[in-house]
Design a protein around this ligand. Structure first.
Ligand code: HCA
Ligand code: CU
Length: 382
């Protein structure tokens, strides 16, 4: 799995998050941070959304970033024309194909969809821009309709086709099957982009299944922000892919910048980084049980699949609780430069457990206990 790219949609899907409002300066700051991190593509809101969105699109397209800039538009000539004048590298074109969207949203039949798609795709290509064509709500669309549509746009020479789990209903096996099927009907040179909502918590697993089946591009946003509860979080995708090929992931992205990137977005939309966030959650590298702590101190890989230092994070062994073990207490004593016998350490561990049966002890509490015990021992020796 070493041939995939991120289409980072914090500035498009992320703008659909309930709390999101990015002014121009904030959008530029975010675009630069994403570029620094190393994402291959940055997707931004349609210039047809509002006049300020159009101006912001132009501003970001002209920053001279390494990442390619895409804007996301409806499959409509009015939108395509405006978008092609902004200076972006490409357009992500989308139209709903499920019966829900055909009936309750745009009201077009499949024939009309193919006709509109043809016009828009030919136009974008005539402008020399990259084009992706995607069907909204792919997993609730008729498979025959979907494949006919993709075959038609493939013949027109789109760079990528996209599938979108707009409502978050798909599971990894369905994703695998659909991407495999799609792969078999497209030209080998046509890329496949996937977009997964997280309504049932499958967005990262689905992205992984898609890549396994031959997808090449995954849509993400920072902390997963987006419509409703959002899409595949970039940090989750990084964590997932790091376990498969750490060197490849580290060669593409500035992994130690992940935390700053997430903090930037968390501040901008006034949320907290979740406590259990992959990689950067406050306890992502905290080890607690005595048995775990002992093994971690001998070899971190025993209980860690990700390396905290690669992400600029630090491992923490928690000892002020009743599940603690004397090996972890010994390690802390060594960190503090206190020499104590094993018997002493076991006695201190017993004391910690006793106190912690009433309430958890802070690191300062435990350190104080160790220092006092040590001082008492030293005094006793004289
Ligand atoms: C939406 C659109 C979209 C588009 C995804 C795509 C979705 O807000 O409904 O262009 O691939 O989830 O379907 O975000
Ligand atoms: Cu979406």
């Amino acid at each position: 799995l070493t041939n995939w790219s991120i289409i980072e949609s914090t500035l498009r899907e992320g703008e659909q998050f309930a709390n999101a409002f990015f002014d121009t300066a904030k959008k530029i700051e975010i675009a630069k941070a994403l570029d620094d991190f190393g994402v291959e593509y940055i997707e931004i809101t349609s210039p047809a959304a509002s006049e300020q969105s159009r101006l912001d699109c132009i501003a970001i397209a002209n920053l001279g970033l390494k990442a390619k800039i895409l804007t996301h538009v409806r499959c409509h000539m009015d939108d395509a024309r405006i978008a092609c004048e902004t200076g972006v590298d490409g357009l992500d074109v989308v139209i709903g194909t499920s019966s829900y969207l055909r009936e309750f949203s745009h009201g077009k039949d499949m024939e009309r969809i193919i006709k509109d798609a043809t016009e828009v795709i030919n136009y974008v290509k005539s402008k020399g821009l990259e084009v992706r064509f995607s069907s909204e709500d792919s997993f609730r669309s008729d498979l025959v309709d979907l494949l006919n549509l993709y075959k038609a746009v493939d013949q027109l020479g789109v760079n990528r086709v996209g599938i979108a789990d707009t409502v978050g209903c798909a599971n990894p096996r369905q994703v695998y099957d659909l991407v495999k099927t799609l792969r078999s009907v497209l030209k080998p040179t046509t890329d496949i982009e996937c977009h997964f909502h997280n309504d049932t918590g499958c967005a990262t697993a689905n992205a992984y299944a898609a890549l396994e089946a031959g997808a090449t591009h995954i849509d993400t946003s920072v902390l997963g922000i987006g419509e409703r509860n959002g899409i595949t979080p970039i940090g989750n995708l990084i964590a997932r892919m790091f376990t498969v090929d750490p060197d490849y992931v580290a060669s593409k992205y500035q992994l130690h910048k992940l935390r700053d990137l997430e903090n930037l977005i968390a501040d901008a939309v006034e949320i907290q980084v979740p406590f259990n966030n992959c990689i950067t959650g406050y306890c992502a590298f905290t080890h607690k049980a005595g048995i775990h702590a002992k093994a971690i101190l001998n070899n971190p890989a025993t209980y860690e699949i990700l390396k905290p230092e690669v992400f600029g994070m630090t491992r923490y062994v928690s000892i002020g609780h009743r599940l603690t073990g004397w090996n972890a207490v010994k390690n802390r004593a060594e960190q503090l430069g206190l020499t104590l016998s094993d018997d002493d350490l076991k006695a201190i561990t017993g004391k910690i457990k006793k106190l912690a049966d009433i309430k958890n002890q802070s690191m300062e509490d435990v350190d104080g206990l160790l220092r006092n015990f040590h001082a008492y021992k030293v005094a006793g020796d004289h």
